[in-house]
Design a protein around this ligand. Structure first.
Ligand code: AMP
Length: 372
């Protein structure tokens, strides 16, 4: 789940699919538990926003029921208006029936007021209201709400049926209004020895970004004999990847230590699909995103030569032994290389020829950076 843009506005992930499913299931359970045995309720969904909720709800309800809809409209852009219009009404005879309203969200209560007005003279046995979301801070009415899925703060949301100017209803999760992303976040990608670290040193100054190299952070921790360092060392020395959980937590801490950064150059991270997903989710929560993955493309034999050369001076145990170097490529090819597709699918992959002088390559990369 990344941030999304609808017309001029940005939205960040707020409530994911699994949580929504849980809330809907719980609501359906509560509603069912309160109904007398054999009672067949009529669920009335309030369109348009409720259509996904209503569909999921009655499947979870899993019992005899009828379903109908009324169509009301009260929103204009992101602000609730006082006037509620009824666009499609109720045709069924509801005399003596139990009607349960299915609302996607109740905020000011203007729509709810209108609902109570509509059903007042229909001779129902009872009227109950179930809402997926409720904004307690803005609710101004003294009207009963029988079932609430989740209380949420007073911020505009879209997704799972809810819209902004008609858009966004199709997203399976809920997104919250956010500000325009402020950061430039770039993943500098490529196999071991491609020159990511070398290039990042130039680029971070050119673009005023913070450079995070997970390899450097691990090496710093090993040098200082921290707990993290001791843990990472046994993987690194063999050229294996450090476990995801350890690496992801470390990366998050590095980002949190630089809250006022203009953006980051991520070097050596992500290296697995789950690291990439964790990074996307982590940034999206902040209303930020990865702008692009810039990959240095260099063939493997050139890389082995480069790494062995570097090993003469770098003091890195994983640079000196050809077997360990081969293992790092194996890790790269089996776990990391697939990230090209991951970013490509989001139209965020930019390949750059990584063979040439350091300066030439910096120029090639910066041509891409300038467009991101
Ligand atoms: P590097 O300096 O980027 O070549 O990283 C050196 C070593 O640090 C790797 O071979 C891994 O053992 C470990 N490492 C660095 N970044 C990661 C990562 N994102 N995930 C797992 N292990 C990593």
């Amino acid at each position: 789940m990344g941030i999304i843009k609808l017309q001029n506005l940005y939205f960040k992930p707020y409530i994911n699919e699994e949580e929504i499913a849980k809330i809907v299931k719980q609501l359906a359970k509560e509603v069912k538990a309160d109904l007398p045995k054999g009672e067949i309720p009529i669920f009335v969904g309030i369109l348009n926003g409720c259509f996904l909720f209503a569909a999921d709800f009655i499947r979870e309800f899993n019992g005899n029921c009828e379903i109908s809809f009324v169509k009301l409209a009260s929103y204009n852009g992101t602000t609730s208006t006082e006037k509620v219009k009824q666009l499609v009404g109720i045709n069924e005879d509801l005399t003596g029936r139990t009607v349960i309203i299915l609302e996607d969200i109740i905020d000011t209560g203007n729509t709810l007021q209108e609902i109570y007005n509509i059903f007042r003279d229909k001779n129902l046995k009872q009227l109950k209201v179930a809402t997926l979301f409720f904004k307690p801070d803005v609710f101004k009415k003294e009207l009963p709400i029988d079932y609430i899925g989740k209380n949420i703060e007073d911020k505009f949301i879209v997704g799972y049926g809810l819209d902004y100017n008609g858009l966004g209803r199709n997203y399976p999760a809920i997104y919250q209004l956010s500000t325009k992303p402020k950061m430039k976040n770039i993943v500098l990608f490529g196999p071991p020895g491609a020159g990511k670290g070398t290039q990042a040193e130039f680029l971070k100054d050119m673009y005023n970004l913070v450079h995070i190299s997970t390899g450097d952070v691990f090496r710093f921790n090993i040098k200082n004999q921290t707990e993290l360092g001791l843990l990472a060392k046994k993987y690194m020395d063999e050229g294996n990847l450090v476990p995801d959980e350890v690496t992801i937590n470390m990366l998050k801490a590095e980002v949190e230590n630089n809250t006022d950064a203009n953006g980051f150059i991520f070097d050596g991270f992500p290296r697995t699909q789950s690291q990439a997903e964790a990074l996307d989710a982590f940034l999206a929560k902040k209303g930020e995103q990865i702008n692009g993955m810039v990959a240095l493309e260099v063939s493997e034999d050139i890389l082995v030569t480069r790494l062995l050369e570097r090993g003469k001076t770098s003091g890195r145990p994983d640079d000196t032994d050809e077997g360990k170097i081969r293992n790092r490529f194996n890790e790269y090819n089996t776990k990391t290389a697939i990230l090209k597709d991951y970013f490509d699918e989001q139209n965020k992959y930019y390949g750059v020829n990584g063979v040439g002088s350091i300066k030439e390559i910096t120029q090639r990369i910066s041509q891409v950076f300038n467009t991101l």
